[in-house]
Design a protein around this ligand. Structure first.
Ligand code: GCW
Length: 670
């Protein structure tokens, strides 16, 4: 039957090789130990479903097994450890004991993650016999942020409409919610912000709290808590108050009562996400209060309830100064002023989810505040659902970036996981790329981005290549040569996209209306910072945004070691060059080419690399499901067309400033 992509990486098709199946069966004759816990039952159910499918015969779940061995035992053990290492609450261990395979951890949730790890072993064809592996999550809150609206649309969504059917809730629970929860659990995602940060106040009405509670009921057995984005002016809009001033006693009371109401319906509610005083959203600054005043009031409204407030730092004022620096200027001075239940949520880069950005300067600059890293899985600026772009390398690049906050090695990952500044709270958020499309993500390879986000959120030391390989084996094929070809494609795809859209550190030159396609020529806009000329600053002399002391000086927001790395146009890595420097068209780069020649070369080779992607994809056709293969092949055709569009638009436009022909190897024959 044709693969419609619905099952994601949880495919569980029968392993073709009968000897391999026999081998696995020796360790997987039954499952036991679930008891009455809903989470353990979810774990047991998944093992049963997965192993029965993979091994081609029913694997029973048994209440008791007496002395029988050769099966899988689920065991919650408050003392569970991984050798010398204690296990964290969600950490699991898989090991052999008396001819059984034991999945253990200190909590039910840990065992659930262990069950998915065991399935992954089989799905990626690793042995089960003699297994001894353990794993702890490095970040506590691993969240998807849905930019889903109450009317069913998804902001920046390219995979259909929202998966949440609000008008059917709370009575009808679409089975899709359970499959969504399974997929999240399989990669360790433990929280879901259910609605858009541009929030409707309606979610805070009794009617919607009831609907959200019913979704929470589906996610709970899969270890996920529900969070809500809140509209700052809700006390006015639905509460009948005259103000939303965070220091007003009636406003405080309103939020405290609201929190109690939510926790009554959803006892394990995760907390609030807030976008305030950003892109027209209301916020505490409307009352001359700070972001901290707002965040702290909301945190205090949670009272004794176990929840947090994630307050977004994505703020900027069009037309005043360099947008690169604005979130820093607003938030950095507030470090130390936040309630212990507040985390500040920072996008990976200082502008807005561009194909490549330097890490956000707030990382490492707010040691007293736990910072949430926000990355975007939906491909707002990365080709929507037609461009094949695997985001593992992008996410990893920011995680590995060194802030030098506490000396070398103070990577963004270690700031975020709390180890640099000893924070007990830690969180990471991925803006979901999920919608109502049958295959969830529109582009089938978009599934890999959901997968990679979860895996890196759990363990940021994993390599994007290893994750791509896992995903490929679980989703597409286990045939070794094809796995190699596909992994290679995935790993290179992001750099290819950067080359034909925004090479050498160009940024924010996409079409203004829907953020798609090239528009580097945009000269006038209602929002002055939105003119692309603002970001690339092309002139007769050269190209790029001088952010050194002779320019906006935003580079000074970073630690001296980072400034040193990016501050000199002669030594700045080419990937970041035009982020920080205005470079002469004829300046020679370390590649031996002038800026103009290098720029043109990257646009051309980038667009041609899409031909390479197409060739690779054609090669694996025999190993892949025909429908899925045809789907991606067609999308790659569009990608090639649009890569040429980007190339020609940008090269021709910048050429009007550089006033030079294409370098010889690229020039069309005369
Ligand atoms: O990336 C930009 C998007 C907006 C989005 C905003 C944000 C949800 O274009 O659609 O709004 O960022 O992150 O708040």
């Amino acid at each position: 039957r044709a693969d419609d992509g619905y099952r994601l990486w949880l495919k569980y098709d029968r392993i073709a090789d009968a000897a391999a199946r026999q081998q696995y069966l020796r360790n997987a004759q039954f499952i036991t130990g679930a008891g009455t816990s809903p989470v353990l039952q979810a774990a047991s159910g998944e093992l049963q479903r997965g192993l029965s499918g993979l091994l081609g015969q029913a694997v029973p779940a048994l209440a008791t097994v007496s002395t029988r061995t050769g099966g899988i035992v689920l065991r919650v053990d408050k003392q569970a450890s991984a050798g010398e290492q204690p296990l964290k609450a969600e950490g699991y261990r898989l090991f052999s004991e008396k001819n059984n395979l034991v999945i253990t951890g200190r909590t039910d949730q840990a065992v659930l993650y262990g069950a998915f790890a065991l399935l992954r072993q089989v799905q990626t064809r690793q042995p089960l016999a003699g297994l001894n592996i353990s794993s702890n999550p490095r970040i506590n809150f691993r969240l998807l942020n849905h930019w889903d609206n109450q009317n069913g649309t998804v902001e920046r969504g390219y995979a259909g409409s929202s998966i949440w059917q609000w008008y059917e809730l709370p009575e009808r629970l679409d089975p899709r919610y359970t499959d969504y929860a399974r997929a999240n659990a399989s990669v360790g995602i433990n929280g879901v912000v259910i609605n858009n940060v541009n929030a409707s106040a309606r979610y805070l009405t009794a009617e919607y709290i009831g609907k959200v509670a019913s979704v929470a009921g589906v996610l709970r057995p899969y270890g996920q808590r529900v969070y809500m984005s809140v509209f700052w002016a809700a006390p006015k809009v639905i509460g009948g108050l005259k103000t939303a001033d965070p220091l007003d006693p009636a406003v405080k009371q309103w939020w405290a009562t609201k929190s109690d109401e939510i926790y009554k319906a959803i006892p394990d509610f995760g907390g609030f996400l807030v976008k305030a005083n950003s892109e027209g959203e209301p916020g505490p600054q409307d009352y001359n209060r700070t972001h901290a005043d707002g965040a702290n009031m909301l945190a205090q409204s949670l009272g004794r309830h176990d929840g947090v407030v994630m307050w977004r730092a994505f703020v900027y004022k069009a037309g005043s100064g360099d947008r690169f620096a604005q979130a820093f200027e607003d938030f950095q001075p507030l470090d130390g002023k936040f309630d212990p239940k507040v985390l500040v949520q920072v996008k990976n880069g200082p502008i807005d989810f561009q194909a490549r950005e330097p890490f956000h300067p707030l990382f490492g600059a707010m040691p007293k505040t736990p910072l949430v890293l926000e990355v975007q899985l939906t491909q707002e600026y990365l080709g929507f659902a037609t461009h094949l772009v695997y985001l593992g390398p992008l996410i990893k690049e920011v995680l590995e970036a060194d802030t030098y906050a506490e000396g070398p090695g103070s990577t963004v990952a270690k700031v975020v996981d709390g180890t640099v500044d000893n924070h007990a709270l830690s969180a990471i958020a991925g803006v979901a790329n999920i919608g109502s499309d049958r295959n969830w993500t529109g582009h089938p390879v978009g599934q890999a981005n959901w997968y990679a986000f979860g895996r890196l959120a759990w363990d940021h030391t994993l390599s994007p290549a290893a994750i791509a390989q896992e995903w490929t084996k679980m989703t597409l094929t286990t045939e070794p040569a094809a796995v190699r070809t596909l992994t290679d494609m995935l790993v290179r795809s992001r750099n290819i996209y950067v080359r034909y859209t925004t090479p050498l550190g160009l940024h924010h030159i996409m079409g203004e209306s829907i953020h798609f396609g090239p528009q580097p020529w945009l000269a006038k806009s209602g929002r002055p910072d939105w003119t692309a000329v603002y970001y690339h600053k092309a002139d007769s002399i050269g190209l790029g945004f001088d952010r050194t002391a002779t320019g906006s000086n935003a580079l000074a927001l970073y630690k001296p070691e980072v400034q040193k790395q990016w501050g000199n146009p002669q030594t700045c890595p080419l990937d970041y060059l035009l982020w920080f420097h205005h470079v002469g068209w004829n300046q020679r780069l370390p590649t031996g080419r002038t800026l103009w020649n290098e720029l043109a070369t990257r646009y051309y080779t980038g667009a041609d690399s899409v031909l390479w992607l197409q060739k690779q994809w054609a090669q694996v056709r025999p190993q892949l499901d025909p429908a899925l293969h045809a789907d991606v092949a067609a999308r790659l055709q569009t990608q090639r067309k649009e890569a040429l569009w980007w190339r020609d638009a940008c090269v021709l436009y910048f050429q009007t400033y550089a006033r030079q022909p294409l370098p010889a190897p690229l020039a069309p024959p005369t």
